[in-house]
Design a protein around this ligand. Structure first.
Ligand code: NAD
Length: 513
């Protein structure tokens, strides 16, 4: 491997990755299948890791259970202090970790660094939260009684994550779970094991310095089989799973079967409605970044533009023109706009979707292709494509995790555009570009967008950590990150205390002995 990446791995302490448990946190990955980490940037094998076997999973869960008994009794603000130090450590490691995210996953360096910044932000948020995990007090109907509710730690939080946000999603979950007094067992995407090890190493440094019990942060690297063990495991009260709808249906059903709790963050099919009163200056960059940023591999990527027929041609021409300016290439080179897809399977899905849209009667405006030649040796670089399509096409109803943008027209009022926007099985992110207050408010009303995220004059992609993140319908209904998303990581208890020497029953019921 080239010396640049070797240096980055060294800075992150990744050199002998199969050594087993490390102080302050736990990872045990020596008995399962070998997993190769291949960079989509240049097709090089970065490193191989031994994945976890069933025995390793078992040992990890036992360790996590033991750790929970201690960690749950550490005062929440003290747990917050540990998370504060993690944010400090992440600031130190921002550059190499961001670069590794970019190199292993293929997103632009700016986005890699942005992902680490998101980790820092959620840690900062969680520190404040550690003093605000409060319930309500209520008035009892009974004389001399007091009622209140409190939130207690839940136990082991199982985290299953997708390849496209290899580090931030983990920290969205862990930062909150840790201040809530939970312990975490992480099964990252098998496509990006090295960034996971880097996170675990950084955490280990902080945890060791604070005598955090071994097992509060655990990592089990493996494929879907490890995820399935976790979903079926009664010792894991909450499974937070990010990935495809197919995965979510499987995890949700298995966790539901045992009446566990799942937090599902699944696929999107995000649209921007563009009304006659929209400002093209905002529309074009918003739509283009949304569609081609991260090579269309964000759950919030823009897949559909729903454009009013009176401005359709103007918007179409502007977007097609903007696509001509796109530079595709190495994401670590900041002059490029579009990096590679994650692997060749993703490239094949992109090609199949382009065939399908034509087969269903779509009209290709910007053709796609797989790029070859110097700089494109990995075979994962594709040209972002645009097609005119109907919302009812089968392929449009599905999320294709690649830079393919579908254009469609609406006529009449904004209600018609909202019906199209909502007319897909997914419900993650949505946006309207308009300067018309009435249209904007209709879009945000109860009869408006049915998505978990609805934006005005902002594209669909890129959320801030302060709000709750997630979506409806086949996106899974989970909420992570800001607002009151922390509550899912805790169990709620209602307490009633009688400070009299009598025992009045609720609802005035008499029971005389
Ligand atoms: P994926 O579903 O293939 O894999 C995600 C994770 O689930 C991986 O760790 C994988 O090993 C595991 N997994 C797969 N099948 C499983 C099963 N049956 N049981 C348990 N675990 C299983 O998804 P991907 O290709 O890594 O990521 C892309 C998808 O993730 C897209 O659909 C994207 O929209 C979605 N995503 C959603 C969000 C969100 O917050 N809503 C964020 C990022 C990505």
């Amino acid at each position: 491997i080239d010396s640049g990446i070797k240096e980055i791995l060294n800075q992150l302490g990744i050199n002998e990755i199969n050594k087993g448990a490390s102080t302050g946190s736990y990872w045990f990955n020596t008995r399962g299948e070998k997993i190769d980490s291949i960079s989509p940037v240049d097709g090089q094998l970065i490193a191989s890791v031994n994945g976890a076997g069933e025995n390793d999973y078992e040992a990890t869960i036992i360790k996590a259970q033991e750790a929970f008994l201690e960690w749950r009794m550490v005062p929440a603000p003290k747990r917050g202090e540990v998370v504060r130090q993690l944010a400090e450590k992440l600031r130190e490691y921002k550059e190499p970790l961001g670069k590794l995210v970019s190199y292993e996953m293929g997103k632009s360096l700016q986005e890699g660094l942005g992902e680490v910044q998101e980790m820092i932000d959620i840690c900062d948020f969680a520190v404040g939260l550690s003093r605000q995990l409060h319930g309500l007090t209520m008035h009892s109907e009974r004389f001399g009684h007091r009622m209140y509710e409190q939130y207690h730690p839940l136990g082991i939080v199982g985290i299953i994550s997708a390849f496209n946000f290899p580090v931030a999603v983990w920290n969205w979950n862990t930062a909150l779970a840790w201040v809530c007094g939970d312990v975490c067992v992480w099964k990252p995407s098998e496509k990006v094991p090295l960034t996971a090890i880097a996170c675990q190493k950084i955490t280990a440094e902080v945890f060791a310095a604070n005598d955090v019990p071994e097992g509060v942060s655990c990592l089990v690297i493996g494929d879907a089989e490890i995820g399935k063990l976790m979903a079926a495991d009664k010792r894991v009260p909450l499974v937070s799973a990010t990935g495809s709808t197919r995965m979510g249906k499987s995890v949700g059903a298995t966790v539901g079967e045992r009446l566990g709790r799942s937090l599902l963050e699944l696929g999107g099919n995000n649209a921007i409605i563009i009304t006659p009163d929209s400002d093209l200056k905002i529309v074009v960059p918003g739509a283009v970044f949304g569609a081609v940023g991260t090579a269309g591999q964000r759950c919030t990527s823009t897949r559909r533009l729903i454009i009013h027929d009176s401005i359709y041609d103007k918007v179409k021409d502007a977007i097609v023109n903007a696509y001509k300016q796109l530079k595709i290439g190495n994401p670590l080179d900041q002059n490029n706009h579009v990096g590679p897809l994650i692997d060749k399977d993703a490239v094949n899905m992109y090609l199949a979707a382009l065939d399908k849209v034509v087969e269903e009667g779509g009209n290709v405006l910007v053709p796609g292709e797989v790029l070859s030649g110097e700089g494109y040796e990995s075979g994962c670089y594709v040209r972002p494509a645009i097609a005119e399509a109907e919302n009812t096409f089968e392929i449009v109803q599905h999320e294709t995790f690649a830079p393919i943008l579908y254009l469609m027209k609406y006529s009449g009022g904004v209600e018609n555009a909202i019906a199209v926007q909502n007319g897909v099985p997914q419900g993650l992110s949505s946006a309207i570009m308009t300067n018309n207050l009435r249209d904007a408010e209709k879009f945000l009303s109860a009869a408006g967008s049915d998505c978990g995220i609805a934006n005005v004059n902002i594209g669909t992609s890129g959320a801030e950590i302060g709000g709750a993140f997630g979506g409806e319908k086949e996106t899974g209904g989970g909420r992570e990150s800001g607002s009151d998303a922390w509550k899912v990581y805790m169990r709620r208890q209602t307490n009633t205390i009688n400070y009299t020497d009598e025992l009045p029953l609720a609802q005035g019921i008499k029971f005389d002995l």
